[in-house]
Each structure stands twice: as structure tokens, then as C-alpha cells.
Design a binder for this molecule. Sequence first.
Ligand code: C2E
Ligand code: MG
Ligand code: MG
Ligand code: MG
Length: 279
Amino acid sequence: YAKDNGRNNFQFFTPEMNARVSERLALENNLRQAIARNELFLHYQPQFDLQTGELTGCEALVRWQHPELGLIPPSRFIPVAEDSGLILPLGHWVLREACRQAKAWQDAGLRPIPVAVNLSAVQFRQARLATMIADVLAESGLAPRWLELELTESMLMEDGERHTTALADLKALGVGLALDDFGTGYSSLSYLKRFDLDTLKIDRSFVQSLPDDSEDAALTTAIIGIARQFGLKTVAEGVETEAQRAFLAAQGCTLMQGFLLARPMAGAELAELLETVPA
Ligand code: C2E
Ligand code: MG
Ligand code: MG
Ligand code: MG
């Protein structure tokens, strides 16, 4: 089809593409106001120990309640925030809010659990990221061991030298480091040697077709085995069925996160779960 259009066809933007571009611009303008107007909030998805069933952690996931457009998922506004630079104030807000909530749970007498926060590659390129995080921790009063930062493989491949230092600076704060969506990017086993990570998160795309798909089963088993050799915890993402849970538990995966046991929920709901699920 593209070939038939020939060289002299300058119709680069289809009406659908134009619509998408103006939607992005509208989102970008709205996102600028969203933080100040308190339209952003966090949901927390629990993580459970695969051997004991205990609730042992959670991941903070940002949501945007737009006054006219309704609830907008992060897959739609995070890319806009990254392209426009708005991810820096947004990411700062997410960190502050997650640390505040984790400390509030502890102050309410609940059993402490770590909260994981997703970092964008744009934040990771910030020279003062470690200082910013140290300030957020100090301001919230949360001990660093209760914060885990989720990174992606694409961040680590950009510039090895600089990132080894950046990760070491983060690690020196005493926070945990997790590699998100493991296996989907330009996965390199050398990351495991070069960077002092604590957790590998096995991407949902591998978990989805377990245990029947023999290739995904082999990959998952291999990731869990390598992680164990390196002393890393594994978190299986997107566990939706009992068969997936049983397979992952049998392979020795450490934690699971998925709709089978819990969806992302408000902080108050997670507090209730923490009270009812015994330690
Ligand atoms: P992620 O970090 O890999 O987060 C896991 C995503 O999987 C979440 O989607 C979660 O709701 C979803 N999920 C969990 N269990 C299941 C399941 O059993 N089935 C299915 N179908 N999905 C499941 P969500 O909240 O829509 O977030 C999507 C992505 O947006 C995140 O993927 C992350 O990359 C990004 N994101 C979310 N919050 C933030 C944030 O505060 N900062 C940054 N930079 N990115 C964020
Ligand atoms: Mg994540
Ligand atoms: Mg993930
Ligand atoms: Mg992701």
C-alpha cells in the first residue's frame, strides 16, 4: 500500500494520526495542571510470597482522574509525560506520595512492607536523582529499606559507565533495586553481574501462557534459576490463574503479583488487607 502511494504523495498524516497528535497535545496541556489540581493518585498492587501466601510488598501505580475524560491509564499519559519533560515533576510527586503512604501505614501500626516505585528513563538521566530520592526519604521519614525502585532494561543499556555510577549512588542510599519487565528489552545477562540489583520482575508476557507454552515455561524456569544463583528475588508479574501460580511456586519463584490474588487498590484498602492477612 505504501509503495502504491508513490513518492509524490505527501499525505504523511492520516486523519487518525492527526487526531492522535491533537489528543497528545490536549493531554500534555491538561497534565501540566493535573498535579496542582490533585487529579493524580496512586494505587498499590500487593505482592505475595509464593511459598507462604503472605502479603510481603506492593507496587505503586499512578492513575489520573481527569474531570472530563475520566480515568486515564498510565499507558496513555506516561509516554506524553516523558516526551514533554513533565515526567520529572510527576515522578517526584509519585515518589513523595508513595513514601508518605508507606510511612503512614507504618505509623498506623501495620506490619511494614516495602513499596516499589517505577522510575522513568528520563528520571534516571537526571544528574541529581539520588539526592532527590534521599530528600524525599528524609522528608517522609520512611527508612530507605522500605523503598524499592523499579528500573527497566532500556535504562541500563544506554551508557554503561555512567549508569553503573548512578545505580551505585541509588544503592548507597539503602533502597532496593528491581529490574522491571525482565526479558522483554535488550536483556543482557551481564546486567546481573555489573549492577547490584535485588529483584528481577518476570514480565507478564512470559507468565501469560504458563504452564502450557513450553518455550515460556523454559524461559521462566531459566530466569528463576539464574536469579537464584545471583541471590536475586524474582517477582512474577500478571499472574491470573491458579495453574500459573502453581507452576511458578514449583519453580521456586519468590513473589507473585497479579489479578489472581489482588488488583491495584487504594491505600486504605491495602491497609485493610494488611490487617486481615496474617504475617
Ligand atoms: P509495570 O510497572 O510493569 O506495572 C504492572 C502493570 O501490570 C500494571 O498496569 C498492573 O495493573 C498490571 N497488572 C498487574 N497484574 C496484572 C494481571 O494479572 N493481569 C493484567 N492484565 N495486568 C496486570 P498499569 O497500572 O496500567 O501500569 C502500566 C505501566 O505504566 C507500568 O507497568 C509502568 O511501566 C507504567 N507506570 C505505572 N505507574 C507509573 C509511575 O508512577 N511512573 C512511571 N514512570 N511509570 C509508571
Ligand atoms: Mg513496575
Ligand atoms: Mg512490569
Ligand atoms: Mg513497565
